[in-house]
Design a protein around this ligand. Structure first.
Ligand code: ZN
Length: 312
């Protein structure tokens, strides 16, 4: 199967304004797309990433105002990690404390320092000050100097009671390989490896069972280069007996969805066509993006969405 690493990670949130302020102003990501949840067009789908929303950088949200908080735990993508430069941990620690963001004490993981912080809905985020080279440029930001900016995803950590069946799907079906192991954490990588490819399986039966809601991950999407490689992945997954969705056109990429054996929803998304398909790259995120089948309903959809005025 031709997969290249993480594509995007989608979570649930409550207030869209608080979500927007945190990811753009606190983390310094670029707001790259204001769209709607295609399965629930009365709800936003908000995307944040690097300048172009390159695959491997985009964290996305379905914000339902008033949504009750979920509970992070097993059967979920438990933590979402971003890559920052090795020397940037002190900058982020100081910045997050100054802004009143909840954090946990710094830990060390596979030789890298990891700072855990929580978004306004309690989503568990990690900043990994990685010693590995990561040449991806950060999003331009007036709040975060480029030297310290987030480079994109580092890894997704799945919380599991038992990692075996998940590891089998990663390695035997998806083409991932074991990169490192430390106690309950096993790190898998694919393709060229490095930050942006990692999936960590954390075996911790003492974690509560995860419950969906605000502040939890909805799904983890993996990159595949082309429509043809996606179609091939679809065939290979279907052959294993895992239930898989048809190929769905999400306008900015095409998607297929399946649940790995521990219950985490996986997606395989194409690198193309990307977020500049319906607005110029210089002004990404300023216009409500709708897939062609929802375009005829633009006026009703815009009227039903909560106000979200974007100030660049
Ligand atoms: Zn997705």
């Amino acid at each position: 199967m031709n997969l290249l690493g993480l594509h995007h990670i989608t979570a649930m949130a409550s207030d869209p304004r608080a979500n927007f302020d945190f990811y753009t102003r606190v983390l310094g990501l670029r707001f790259i797309k204001k769209s709607v949840n295609q399965d629930d067009p009365g709800t936003y789908h908000l995307y944040y990433g690097d300048y172009a929303g390159s695959p491997g950088t985009a964290i996305t949200f379905f914000p339902w105002p008033g949504l009750r908080r979920g509970r992070p735990g097993t059967g979920q993508a438990y933590a979402t990690a971003f890559s920052i430069p090795a020397g940037s941990l002190a900058f982020w620690q100081e910045r997050l404390v100054k802004l009143g963001i909840a954090t946990e004490p710094v830990t060390t993981r596979f030789g890298d320092q990891v700072l855990t912080a929580f978004d306004p809905d309690g989503l568990r985020l990690e900043l990994v000050a990685t010693h590995e080279p990561d040449l991806r440029p950060p999003a331009p930001s007036k709040d975060v100097p480029a030297a310290h900016g987030i480079r994109g995803f580092h890894s997704s950590t799945l919380g599991l009671v038992n990692a075996q069946a998940t590891a089998t799907v990663l390695t035997k079906v998806m083409g991932y390989r074991l990169a490192a192991e430390d106690g309950p954490r096993a790190r898998y990588t694919i393709s060229a490896g490095g930050p942006g490819t990692y999936v960590d399986l954390l075996t911790d039966p003492s974690l509560p069972r995860g419950l969906n809601g605000a502040g939890t991950i909805h799904h983890v999407a993996f990159r595949t280069p082309t429509d043809a490689s996606q179609s091939q992945a679809h065939t290979e997954i279907a052959k294993t007996g895992l239930h898989i969705s048809p190929i769905i056109d999400r306008a900015y990429f095409k998607s297929i969805y399946y649940r790995e054996p521990a219950g985490v929803l996986f997606e395989i998304a194409t690198d193309q066509p990307g977020f500049a398909i319906d607005e110029p790259i210089e002004s990404l995120g300023t216009k409500l993006g709708l897939p062609p089948h929802l375009e005829p309903h633009r006026a009703e959809i815009e009227a039903a969405l909560p106000a979200l005025t974007i100030t660049p």
